[in-house]
Design a protein around this ligand. Structure first.
Ligand SMILES: [Fe+2]
Length: 209
């Protein structure tokens, strides 16, 4: 089975300042994301040994570990390029992202309001997610707990916001609302558009549309 690797950040550690400080980015990327990569690989290792008859495993525990860590790896892999330095990031989307947002939520402001409140009210740790639904050709906002709980099968995330405390505590303390408000200044709408176009094509292909 293939193993996962930590992807490099697409910008320098201090590129998102003043909205997200370098110290957070270093810890978040190099330590936290790496831990999820290692955890997913460790679960694969156990499954592999089990299949070779070299080890007995608690299948349920290993599957839980894999789901949590692999989802953590995927979410962070989307999260980094979803952001761009101030100036390049921020503002409002255009093109197909704007169209799909208007179609699903009525306006960008209404989408922003929903995504903000969904992210602010995650109980404990989790994510705010904007995802594409290939079945209906619509965008949906999801509230995900941990990295994987309440994620809906078949939906393709195109914009994700990490609201675990490790994403903001060193700079914003317990003020998650302020972190979310500032985060909008570094959203990379070009990346979101790229992901949406790819999700639309992928969805059509996978559903034979
Ligand atoms: Fe995180």
């Amino acid at each position: 089975m293939k193993r996962y690797e930590l992807p490099p950040l697409p910008y320098s550690y201090n590129a998102l300042e003043p909205y997200i400080i370098e110290e957070i980015m270093r810890l978040h990327h190099d330590k936290h994301h790496q831990t999820y990569v290692n955890g997913a690989n460790a679960a694969l290792e156990k499954i592999e040994k089990h299949l070779k008859g070299e080890a007995q495993i608690d299948v349920r525990a290993v599957m839980r570990d894999f789901s949590f860590n692999y989802a953590g790896h995927i979410m962070h892999t989307i999260f980094w390029p979803n952001m761009a330095p101030p100036g390049k990031g921020g503002g409002t989307p255009g093109g197909v992202v704007a169209d799909k947002i208007n179609q699903a939520f009525g306006s960008f402001d209404k989408f922003k309001q929903l995504f903000t409140s969904v992210s602010a009210t995650v109980e404990g740790v989790g994510w705010g997610v904007l995802a594409y639904d290939p079945l209906t050709d619509e965008l949906r906002v999801l509230q995900v707990e941990k990295h994987n709980v309440l994620m809906t099968a078949g939906l393709i995330p195109i914009l994700v916001l990490d609201v675990w405390e490790h994403a903001y505590y060193l700079q914003y303390k317990n003020n998650r609302a302020s972190y979310i408000e500032n985060w909008w200044n570094v959203v990379n709408w070009d990346d979101v558009e790229k992901r949406l176009n790819s999700a639309i094509n992928h969805g059509k292909a996978s559903l034979n549309l």
